[in-house]
Design a protein around this ligand. Structure first.
Ligand code: ADP
Length: 583
């Protein structure tokens, strides 16, 4: 029942609705006591032959009145309690979502998307059930059970009440045993569901790869297995759950047996009237629901607790990259200086970057080249604070990156990642992602700079063409250029192109770069590229190898060095020549 305490903050927040709901619930529990009593009274009158028509009509009116009152009250407590519990899942869902958006890439590296989705769906609905049906069953079973027992003991016979309660301690033991069994099995079932979710998400995202390699059958088989696992684990839950009801029925049956056996004796002795025995057994019938509800309550609460534990653990995950209290509320501007002694990715043993010391004046262009895996992207990710925890510092405009609010830092940097992502929205909306208020002229200007304007005009609906999962298929180069336009629309202090021109041909690349040079005068640009022609004009070029700078200088400086850069440059020129047949 700890989960009710843990949800205390919510009940407090919604106390009006809960108090009224519980109050109405108690009224209904009391009203329920009336019909059995009335039946007993009528039975006695019939037995004694004193029944009159007027009396019967009177009691029937009372019964109808009680039924109507219960109907109305039940309607209102349902609205109050169930209505409030929906709010709980809304609050938790929003918290989770906000938390998800605040988490850094390191978190997403270790979490599985399907699992996160399962938290946001299945777990939240289990918690909502606890706050709704859980509270209802708790209050209802305790109050109905309590009132019925009181009515039996005080208005009929305390002796018979004690006798019929003899099997109850067994029930309490069984209930608690069922509870712990359910908790374990439910946790496993939820985990299996998470895995299945993850598998489905991954397969659908990777469907093209699956098809390309003809792995459909294997994938279907894998899905079938996981789906089977979910079923099996839920069957275990259902089996434990199903054991509960028959067990309760037997215990209630024993109670009935005891009360009729002893009740009959009391009637014969003259301690009890026949009508009272009828009322008593009818009351006993009313106890079945609270007992079943108790088992049900365990089930709901155990599910709720398992889910709340999972969600709470997720919400406790620290947001690693945050603003410190005195962070500057200004958009950074100026020189950029890397002074990094060492950077190691979380969980890795070896440092990836070592002894990086690079300075760039505002308005200059930095080119970063080197083999795949040499650390180019990592260097950029540190600048946008996707990762931290390096020894050393990075300064921007004289201040450390951490001195600025994250939001302001990122406002200064237009980052075009390698794995560009387009949303299922129009081309215009995708470009205006960073500034939805941008005018169509501004969007077009950015698109022209990124050399994608003419392509867009060719699409059926021009700038209004929908792209992404449900829209037109774009080539890799088109996607790259839309991503670049998106960054250019911000007109950022620093434009970061992370191998963002890899899918366009050399001529388009040159056209884009030269229009950037003309239009971004005074602004800083950082480019990583496999094609050295892309960074040839940079003010400073660094060559990375195994996370260290092995060569640095301008294109001319590097050509004189006879190192990696020169060799690569000549090699690429030759390649170009071969490709174009020497023209
Ligand atoms: P480049 O851009 O030069 O190809 P990267 O900076 O992308 O190189 O990657 C350098 C190395 O860091 C690679 O060996 C890669 O496996 C590793 N790496 C990249 N991202 C991560 C990460 N998020 N966590 C752990 N290792 C990473």
């Amino acid at each position: 029942m700890k989960v009710f305490l843990e949800l205390g903050w919510f009940f407090k927040q919604e106390k009006k609705a809960y108090i009224s709901g519980v109050f109405l619930l108690l009224l209904v529990a009391m009203l329920q006591l009336v019909p059995p009593k009335v039946i007993g009274i009528i039975a006695d009158h019939i037995h004694e032959g004193t029944i009159t028509k007027a009396m019967l009509v009177e009691w029937v009116i009372v019964l109808i009145g009680v039924a109507i009152a219960m109907y109305v009250l039940r309607y209102y407590w349902r609205i109050m309690i169930f209505g409030s519990s929906v709010k709980l899942s809304k609050i938790l869902r929003n918290r989770l979502y906000q938390h998800f958006t605040n988490m850094s890439p390191a978190f997403y590296q270790k979490s599985r998307v399907g699992d996160l989705m399962a938290h946001a769906t299945n777990d939240l609905s289990a918690i909502q059930q606890t706050a709704g049906a859980g509270v209802l069953t708790l209050v209802d079973s305790l109050s109905t059970g309590g009132f019925v027992i009181i009515a039996m003991a005080f208005t009929i016979s305390w002796k018979l009440t004690l006798i019929c309660l003899i099997p109850m301690p067994f029930m309490a033991m069984l209930t608690s045993w069922f509870g712990s069994m359910l908790h374990k099995s439910f946790y496993k079932a939820q985990e299996a569901f998470s895995s299945l979710n993850d598998k489905t998400q991954e397969s659908i995202t990777g469907i093209k790869v699956i098809k390309t390699f003809g792995q459909e059958q294997e994938d279907i088989e894998d899905f079938r297995k996981q789906s089977e696992d979910v079923v099996q684990k839920n069957i275990v839950v259902a089996k434990i759950d199903s054991l509960y009801d028959p067990t309760i029925s037997i215990i209630v049956g024993i109670s009935f047996f005891l009360s009729i056996a002893f009740g009959a004796k009391f009637v014969l002795n003259g301690d009890l009237s026949i009508g009272e025995l009828i009322s008593f057994t009818t009351y006993l019938g009313l106890l079945i629901w609270p007992m079943l509800a108790f088992g049900w309550l365990f089930n709901i609460v155990e599910r709720g607790r398992a889910s709340y534990d999972r969600v709470a653990a997720l919400l406790r995950e620290k947001v690693e990259i945050t603003d410190h209290e005195k962070a500057l509320d200004t958009v950074p501007y100026g020189d950029i200086q890397y002074q990094i002694a060492e950077f190691t990715y979380p969980g890795d043993a070896q440092p990836l970057l070592k002894d990086i010391s690079v300075s760039l004046h505002a308005g200059e262009t930095l080119g970063i080249v080197g083999k795949t895996g040499s650390g180019k992207t990592t260097l950029l990710k540190l600048l946008i604070r996707e990762f931290e925890g390096y020894q050393g510092e990075i300064r921007f405009g004289g201040q450390k990156l951490q001195d600025y609010k994250l939001e302001k830092l990122r406002e200064a940097i237009g980052y075009v990642p390698q794995d560009h992502f387009l949303f299922s929205a129009s081309v215009a909306e995708n470009i205006a992602f960073t500034d939805p208020t941008a005018t169509i002229e501004e969007i077009e200007r950015a698109a022209k700079l990124a050399n994608i304007h003419d392509d867009i005009l060719q699409f059926t609906d021009g700038y209004q063409t929908i792209v992404g999962e449900r829209g037109v298929s774009l080539s890799g180069g088109q996607k790259q250029r839309i991503s670049i336009a998106r960054a250019l629309l911000m007109n950022p202090e620093v434009l970061v192109l992370d191998d963002s021109l890899s899918a366009v041909d050399a001529k388009t690349e040159e056209a884009i770069l030269s229009s950037l040079r003309q239009n971004r005068e005074g602004k800083t640009t950082i480019i990583t590229s496999h094609r050295l022609s892309a960074i040839q004009h940079a003010s400073l070029i660094i060559v990375l190898e195994n996370g260290q700078v092995i060569e640095r200088g301008t294109h001319e400086d590097l050509m004189e060095l006879d190192g990696w850069y020169k060799e690569m440059y000549l090699h690429q020129q030759l390649e170009e020549l071969v490709e174009h047949g020497g023209h």
